[in-house]
Design a protein. Sequence first.
Length: 397
Amino acid sequence: MRKIKIIVEKCNGCEKCLSSCLFSAIKMENKIPRILDNCNLCGACIDACPFEAIVLEKKEIRVDLSSYRGVWIFAEQREGQIMPVTYELLGVGRALANDLGEELSGVLLGRDMKGKAEELLNYDLEKIYLIDDPLLESYRTHLYTQAIVDLVNHKRPEVILMGATSLGRDLAPRVATRLQTGLTADCTGLEIDKKERNLIQTRPALGGNIMARIISPYHRPQMATVRPKVMKRARPGHSKKAEIIEIKPKISQNNEAVKIISLIREEKEAVDLQGAEIIVSGGRGLGKPENFSLIRKLADLLGGAVGASRAVVDAGWIQPYHQVGQTGKTVQPKLYIACGISGAIQHQVGMRTSEVIVAINKDLEAPIFNIATYGIVEDLHKFLPVLIEKLEKRRKS
């Protein structure tokens, strides 16, 4: 465990540490600095102190692994709405809790979220920890971190799962750092080693060329973020009732390092790929950017969204927010049509859990055919115009 310590005997109250802290985590009291809860141990104040009155203390702590029990999922909400990844975490979380023989609990933060907590009662879990406070209405890293860390230190869960969303990718590492535990990001697979009770976390590594399996055998809780649209969504309708436990967080306006003045939405003609039920994606096989008109036409006829491989995004053929794959969006539509995409592992990671995959490629040996539900070995420039023509005739009739 690490913490910043002030050596009072050496400090002369020069306040140079105050200006060095980018997080406003130092407060002067009686001419002596005090480290606040939102300190992230960056060490800038240590370097700034000319009198060596600030040091970083390190203490080795032996963790009693047996004292940690239960699986938690972070129920992410934005503007009062539960995010879809929450329901995917409920599904995988239930499986992990069953393998461990433990309870599954949800953690929900926000303002006036009692109604949403009650909606989660329809799913298969035992507890919902509701941390409700006006200061938690909008996401602010240090307030959410403090509220969760306090609860974890009190309840000691064995496993904590968060979505690998923009919010989760910001929050999870900060929580893990405060708890002095490990974190595996962007997981695409999770399972339990029942003998050792270790969470086996699978994620792409080395540019997606291998799938790494990671464990945290000496620290608890075991933490992971999970890619949206990778895990199957949990189904509601369970008869047993979960318990809502309301928690009052120890946070105040005095701890606010950031104030939200206003929220401005970016306006762009971007389709929500992760919410689309049909996606038509194009790759290098299109030959040139102008041929994306075929992809857009087919997607329009099917009422779907346009996707793309990394190769054509890197080539500047289409905007980056269309990219599907390891460094793009992870999707799980009912129908995914891959046109001229070879199907490298980096792309497969982002779409292999689609319900039906149709691959169109003239190369019989293309890896995409290994995961395709239906494979069409044909030049897409010959096949797509025929398919589009038939769909147009069907629409008119």
